[in-house]
Each structure stands twice: as structure tokens, then as C-alpha cells.
Design a protein around this ligand. Structure first.
Ligand code: GLN
Length: 234
């Protein structure tokens, strides 16, 4: 189980999202407050974002690692100048038997989208994907979701849950102008700020404005507009 965070709004630094908050992903990597599975998230981390200055257009830029976020000697000095309107970040607690390598850390990409998975799914129910970035369940699930298309995210999650009733399938995805998330077995909170919207596995501070997203829902954020849709179980 891992913890993830997404941002869509005005440009902010990835440090302001991940490192500075009192209970941000940095602190969640060793002391998560709402995590139901696993004690800490020390098996890697990753951040992906889209840069306004990118002449190549909408290209996700990623930094991933297999080491704990708190041990990175360089990220804290660079993160304050990495600014973006759209960010997906995660810290990882590898499930038993899964590889610990940078390519197994979220966010995964298909070229335009960034995607993170909180949870666990039996890899036997996922079709083999030659283009998966790693062999862990989250990378295989990401490949399946990319294949089916993000517009089918809710249907894909319900179909995987039908094949593996024990699966936990909290997804967070972004494409530079849209944030999408599912809740299926784990926590997710939403914060509407004046400058944008945050979706996070758990609140990064004690602001009373954080709202809990109910289980088995799809969250779709475009501009400052949030749409919540119930997902149908198997
Ligand atoms: N099943 C995941 C993995 O090992 C656990 C981490 C997570 O919640 N994404 O890759």
C-alpha cells in the first residue's frame, strides 16, 4: 500500500506539495496517519509533473527512485524550483513478493498520462502487458488502464474488482489538465484551495476543509470543477 497525491491548479512547487506540509508525503513515508496496510512507505517514491516551459508540449517529466524519500540527498534542493499546474506524486510500500526498483515506483506513464496505484491486486487476474514498466501489480494494472483508456477508468476498476474481490484499487491519474481518481478499498481526501484542488490518500495537514471521498467512487477534476460518481461493484 502506498500514499499518493495529485494537484491541479495554479503553478506550485513540488516541494510545497510533497515536502513542506506537516504531514505531507515526506512525513507519510515514515509516519502515515491513515494507512491501513503497511507501517511505512520506504520502498521508493516518485513524482511526475508537466512544465509550462516545456516546448515539447504536454510531456510528463518524472523523477522516481527505489530508495526512501527521506534519504534522497538531492531532491529537497531541487524540488522548490520544480513548479507545475499538474502533479502526481507517491511514496511506496511494496507488497510481498513485488520487486523494489525505480521502475516499480509510481507514477507510471503511457506518454501523456501519469498514474499511481494505492493498493494490491492479484497479478494473475491482470493480462500480461509487454509494455508494463515493471512486474509489480501496480505497473501491470497501470498498463491495463492505459490500454483501455482513461475514459474507461471506472469500468476497468469494476471489472478488475469482479475478477479479484479482495483487490484494493485506489487510482490517481493526470494528463496536465485533468485529475482522475478512484476509491476502492482505501482512503482518499480532497482539498479545494483558492489556487487549485488536491487529492491525497490522506490529508497533508489539519485544515478542516479536507473532505473524505466515500469508497467506490470516481473523482474527475477539470479546472476547479470536481465531479463524484459512484462506481458499481461486481
Ligand atoms: N501493490 C503495490 C506494489 O507493491 C503496493 C504499493 C502500492 O500501494 N502501490 O507495487
Amino acid at each position: 500500500m502506498c500514499r499518493h497525491l495529485g494537484w491541479l491548479g495554479d503553478p506550485v512547487s513540488v516541494a510545497a506539495l510533497m515536502l513542506d506540509p506537516p504531514s505531507g508525503l515526506l512525513v507519510q513515508s515514515y509516519a502515515p496517519r491513515r494507512q491501513k496496510h503497511g507501517l511505512m512507505n520506504a520502498d521508493g517514491w516518485g513524482v511526475g509533473f508537466y512544465a509550462d516551459t516545456d516546448e515539447a508540449g504536454v510531456v510528463p517529466r518524472r523523477w522516481r527512485s527505489a530508495a526512501p524519500l527521506w534519504g534522497d540527498v538531492s531532491f529537497a534542493s531541487v524540488a522548490p524550483v520544480l513548479r507545475s499546474r499538474c502533479v502526481v506524486a507517491a511514496v511506496r510500500s511494496a507488497s510481498a513478493g513485488m520487486p523494489i526498483e525505480a521502475s516499480a515506483s509510481a507514477p507510471f506513464t503511457d506518454g501523456a498520462w501519469l498514474l499511481s496505484h494505492n493498493g494490491l491486486v492479484d497479478t494473475a487476474v491482470l493480462p500480461p502487458a509487454r509494455h508494463a514498466e515493471s512486474t509489480n501489480d501496480s505497473a501491470l494494472l497501470a498498463a491495463l488502464i492505459f490500454d483501455r483508456g482513461l475514459d474507461a477508468l471506472g469500468a476497468t476498476i469494476a471489472a478488475v474488482a469482479a475478477d479479484d474481490p479482495n483487490a484494493r484499487l485506489n487510482i490517481l491519474a493526470a494528463n496536465g489538465s485533468r485529475l482522475l481518481a478512484t476509491t476502492w478499498g482505501d482512503t482518499l481526501s480532497l482539498l479545494r484551495r483558492p489556487d487549485g484542488v488536491v487529492l491525497a490518500s490522506e490529508p497533508y495537514d489539519d485544515d478542516p476543509a479536507w473532505q473524505e471521498i466515500p469508497d467506490r467512487h470516481l473523482v474527475d477534476v477539470v479546472d476547479m470543477h470536481v465531479t463524484l460518481t459512484p462506481l458499481k461493484g461486481p
